[in-house]
Design a protein around this ligand. Structure first.
Ligand code: ADP
Ligand code: TYD
Length: 208
């Protein structure tokens, strides 16, 4: 990470603790006097938050995997244009709860092999990766239990169950090996503070 800003993403299966850790990291970096933007996907800009409702609520068969790729990428493009790129250009640290790696996994691997389609659309419309990606790795049963106990209306993906979560976990670990230059894998099945200490160590080692 150098020059203008820093772009950090959190990835992992549902209930791995990404949102919790992203929030704690944002507070810790702000405490160091850094200018931090904490954001999330799908969403993060008004238009992308509208798309979020379309993709996360309703029946599990509401969209095909191909249509989902278009919707998630449309949301990402709006988020990138309006929030992420301007913040990085202003020298801020952007912490994003999920980014394109989630599309590579959930749409690229979730229901058949559409990874090449995801990558092509990404190259065409997004063309940017985070400087650092924290993968919070956790046992799928633990993650799903945490996610379901949280409740709420955004359960479309959680309704695909533990089988999907297991495949996503393996897929994320493979992705971390594929992009080993920007990924750090952190064991999420521990107390919140222990995980947070490892996250902060990994991030501060890479921030200018
Ligand atoms: P994600 O964003 O990955 O889905 P969250 O951060 O929303 O995960 O966490 C899911 C649920 O698990 C929340 O209720 C949260 O309070 C709880 N949680 C998060 N981290 C831990 C942890 N290390 N140990 C136990 N519970 C946790
Ligand atoms: P998120 O709000 O991060 O849920 P959780 O806190 O349970 O991890 O993301 C909601 C769901 O959206 C999650 O099940 C993964 C899915 N998703 C995709 O399928 N593709 C994507 O590109 C993104 C960003 C998320």
């Amino acid at each position: 990470m150098s020059g203008q800003g820093a772009f950090i993403s959190f990835e992992g299966i549902d209930g791995s603790g990404k949102s919790t850790q992203a929030r704690i990291l944002a507070d810790a970096l702000r405490g160091q006097g850094r200018d931090v933007v904490l954001t999330r996907e799908p969403g993060g800009s008004p238009g992308a938050e509208e798309i979020r409702r379309l993709v996360l609520e309703g029946d599990r068969d509401r969209w095909s995997a191909e249509t989902e790729i278009l919707l998630f990428t449309a949301a990402r493009r709006d988020h990138l244009e309006r929030v992420i790129v301007p913040a990085l250009a202003a020298g801020r640290v952007v912490i994003c709860d999920r980014f394109a790696d989630s599309t590579r996994m959930y749409q690229g691997l979730g229901r058949g092999d559409l990874r090449a389609v995801v990558d092509q659309l990404h190259a065409l419309m997004i063309g940017r990766e985070p400087d650092l990606t924290i993968l919070v790795d956790i046992d799928p049963a633990v993650g799903l239990g945490r996610a379901l106990s949280r409740g709420g209306a955004e359960a479309r993906f959680e309704s695909f169950g533990e089988g999907l979560q297991s495949r996503m976990r393996a897929g994320f670990l493979a992705l971390a090996a594929e992009f080993s230059g920007r990924f750090v894998v952190i064991e999420g099945g521990r107390a919140v503070a222990e995980v947070a200490a490892d996250v902060l160590r990994a991030v501060t080692a890479r921030l200018p």
